[in-house]
Design a protein around this ligand. Structure first.
Ligand code: ISE
Length: 337
């Protein structure tokens, strides 16, 4: 079976997904694209034989030539589009966030539960990164015994001008929240945010870096450095410390010094380079899952839990202490897998 995918949003991420689906994923054809900027959609469709441009994203969702939908449009549109996919009974892969607010993400969970089958996947691509998969396998194989602490680093070269401090939590730390939940298979219970001295290179009053503490149900502590103007490049690190040893994220390029001041110590600024293979595997697994009528990857529940943790993180920016992460009861639909 060839899965016919409709892509909504042909900006940087959506256009990248169209390219990856077309060049490196088996069993799929991009049959339609849609974007607010119709010229941009035309330019992307021109590279894909047989792809049509539909100006109305909801028409794309309901189009008879679209079996499954990939949502990569602006965050504020995600909830409405994913709900439309559920109504149409079509599988959907939504870029993070599932919805910008916890209430919005919960509405998606509730709609999926009402429908009685899992159709929604959320684009937390790190779950497919070979390095992260290896850390999880080490934990499962009991290489380090019981996990105790997780150290995470999330650095971007530069943030977009005008990025609010909350954007460091909702756009970047949210990936670490998902990593904590996925790796440890526990929920997050509390989030604390510290604001260390800000880099003098940051303009516009954004607090950068941030130091985030995450607690989980078993009492495990994760610390997350988020630094989105690190100058030298995009980098993530992760170390899981257990009773018998530690598991370190395998970094694609082993560079001991990293600096924007020396050519040999620079790292690519683009997270898409770092996670290109993760994106490819995520898309392949999603397409194979659609063909097998199975939901794969992060679920709507995972998307909801990440948004609730991010919302607590944003509140923690203004709070002197930890902010609780209060999740609704997990519906049975999300108990397996
Ligand atoms: C960006 O929006 C992403 O989603 C990347 O995965 C993340 O690592 C980056 O920090 C964000 O700005």
């Amino acid at each position: 079976m060839t899965v016919r995918v409709g892509v909504i949003g042909t900006g940087i991420m959506g256009a990248d997904h169209v390219r990856t689906l077309t060049s490196s994923v088996a069993g799929v054809r991009v049959s339609a694209v849609s974007d607010l900027d119709e010229q941009r959609a035309q330019a992307v469709a021109a590279e894909v034989p047989g792809a049509r441009v539909l100006s109305d994203p909801l028409a794309l969702v309901h189009d008879a030539g679209v079996d499954a939908v990939l949502v990569a449009s602006a965050d504020s549109t995600h909830e409405e589009l994913v709900l439309a996919c559920l109504e149409a009974g079509k599988p959907v892969l939504c870029e993070k966030p599932l919805a910008p607010t916890s209430d919005g993400a919960l509405r998606v969970v509730e709609a999926e539960v009402r429908g009685g089958r899992r159709l929604v996947s959320v684009g937390f691509m790190r779950r497919y990164d070979p390095g992260y998969v290896d850390v999880k396998a080490g934990l499962r194989d009991k290489v380090i015994g019981a996990p105790l602490m997780l150290h995470c680093v999330h650095r971007n070269g530069f943030s977009a001008p005008g990025t609010p401090t909350s954007g460091l939590i909702t756009g970047s730390a949210v990936h670490e929240f998902d990593v904590v939940r996925w790796l440890l298979e526990e929920e997050i219970t509390r989030v604390t945010v510290h604001r260390p001295r800000s880099s003098s290179l940051v303009v516009g009053g954004t607090s950068d870096p941030l130091f985030v503490l995450v607690e989980t149900t078993s009492g495990l502590l994760a610390d997350v450095e988020v630094f989105v103007n690190a100058q030298y490049g995009y980098e993530v690190r992760c170390e899981l410390v257990g009773e018998y040893g530690t598991l370190l994220l395998d970094e694609p390029e082993q560079v001991r010094r990293r600096s924007s001041r020396s050519r040999s110590s620079r790292v690519s600024l683009d997270w898409r380079d770092r996670f290109a293979e993760a994106y490819r595997r995520e898309l392949q697994d999603w397409v194979s899952g659609v063909a097998a009528a199975e939901q794969r990857g992060a679920s709507a529940w995972d998307g909801y839990a990440a948004t609730v943790a991010a919302t607590a993180g944003v509140a923690a920016l203004e709070s002197a202490g930890p902010v609780p992460v209060d999740l609704e009861k997990r519906p049975d639909l999300y108990e397996s897998r």
